[in-house]
Write a protein that binds this ligand. Structure first.
Ligand SMILES: *Cc1c(COP(=O)(O)O)cnc(C)c1O
Length: 414
């Protein structure tokens, strides 16, 4: 939305990307505040006025404190999967009473920290975890609200690494065993067992599978209520995908929420959703500069200064990212090239056999849709300092995470 060409030059909102690259250097992540906020508002405003709801942004998609602050100020809640993410949310001014804690292996120390911080709900993924939370809450003289994350056994039809709702995945509690688990949990001290959660995967392009999971979860809630449990909340997770390839349709947020409205009407349930990717992916680009080009046999390689340590998705998921020149080239021939980084792995590519206009040494490229699962997955592999992050707001922009230095690389070593 906010990344467009003006007079042949690619902009983020009202700022030329070339200006950011000249000042902040490359590789550099650039995020649009307007894009992030408009997608959050799209979620929030698509719920029926009568439907109580909380939009909990999934922090793991992009956990820069300035991004979190933006969303906290807009009234977002947060879905966290570690104590470190909780720390970030609190540092960003997020409201702990709107934080839900997901994840398959919370440690006792993490549970203790989250309880002390006063988070809203633990989404529990095992009976052992439920027992630990009960013990921890009793010790602190508190009550912990919990949901059991159920695994509804539906196929999200996405990449196997980001599919989580099938029986064979490590996530959640088998929905067929959930009633028994709820009965046990409701007898433990220190717990308020009033919620059911699910999350079946990520980058889901066809919401039918998500709605199938919703139907199974709502049926479970009716069975639990029939047994006398007071279930007042349902957490439907995140997972809505975005169109990475040109021509791919991006599922519509209002359409999806509209389906939820219809299913939830009259059920007397507060609903939580946990979108990550669909809020921030399209709101970010990774800016990179062409170092050099080389031919190996018939193949053309364009070597750029961003690599798999900066953006892991292509190497990890064979993900496709659109790559655009920051300055539209004049009359260049079309070529097919692999866009690769300098890291010593054959898996270090950002695009394979990509048909594009020929580029030149020193030219800037924008890797699109890099706002989610980009910087957060980056590493120092090959002793590469991590990239800078920039947040654009209208005509102004600022560095919201400095590029790491060589000193940063070694500061914790002796
Ligand atoms: C990763 C995750 C999300 C966010 O998923 P997206 O596909 O980015 O929307 C939400 N909830 C849980 C429990 C998750 O693990």
């Amino acid at each position: 939305m906010s990344f467009d060409y003006r007079n042949g030059s690619l902009y983020c909102e009202s700022v030329p990307l070339a200006e950011i690259a000249a000042s902040a250097g490359t590789p550099c992540y650039v995020y649009s505040a307007a894009d992030i906020l408009s997608r959050f508002l799209e979620y929030d405003s698509s719920f029926d006025a009568a439907q109580p709801h909380t939009v909990c942004y999934a922090v793991k998609a992009n956990s820069n404190i300035s991004v979190l602050r933006l969303l906290a100020q807009a009234g977002a809640g947060f879905d966290i999967v570690s104590a470190g993410e909780l720390y970030r949310v609190l540092r960003a001014g997020g409201d702990p009473a709107q934080v839900v804690f997901s994840g398959v292996g919370k440690t006792f120390a993490e549970i203790d920290y989250a309880l002390k911080s006063g988070i809203q709900t633990f989404n529990c993924e095992s009976e052992t975890e439920v027992e630990w939370i009960s013990e921890c809450a009793s010790r602190q003289g508190k009550e912990a609200r919990i949901a059991l994350r159920v695994n509804p056994d539906v196929d999200a039809a996405t990449h196997p690494y980001i599919s989580t709702g099938l029986k064979e995945n490590k996530f959640g509690i088998d929905i067929a065993l959930a009633e028994d688990a709820y009965r046990k949990a409701s007898q433990l001290p220190g717990l308020v067992v009033d919620s059911v959660s699910c999350h079946i995967g990520s980058q889901i392009l066809n919401p039918t599978s998500m709605l199938e999971a919703v139907d199974r979860v709502l049926a479970l809630i009716e069975r639990l209520r029939a047994q006398g449990l007071r279930i007042t909340n349902v957490d439907l997770g995140g997972g809505l995908g975005i169109g990475y390839k040109p021509g791919d349709a991006t599922p519509s947020i209002p359409d999806y929420i509209g389906h939820l409205n219809a299913r939830l009407a009259g059920r007397n349930l507060h609903v939580t959703v946990e979108p990550g990717r669909s809020l921030v992916a399209e709101a970010g680009v990774l800016l990179t500069r062409v170092i050099l080009q080389k031919h190996n046999g018939a193949k053309l390689f364009t070597v750029v200064d961003a690599a798999m340590n900066d953006l892991m998705r292509p190497a990890l998921y064979q993900a496709y990212h659109e790559i655009q020149p920051v300055h539209l080239p004049m009359d260049r021939p079309s070529v097919s090239a692999d866009i690769v980084g300098p890291v010593c792995e054959s898996g270090d590519f950002l695009a394979k056999d990509r048909d594009m206009k020929a580029v030149e040494i020193g030219e800037l490229l924008a890797i699109r849709n890099a706002g989610a699962y980009g910087f957060v997955m980056s590493s120092n592999y090959n002793s590469r300092p991590r990239a800078a992050e920039v947040l654009v707001d209208g005509a102004s922009w600022k560095v919201v995470r400095e590029r790491e230095t060589f000193e940063d690389l070694v500061q914790h070593e002796m």
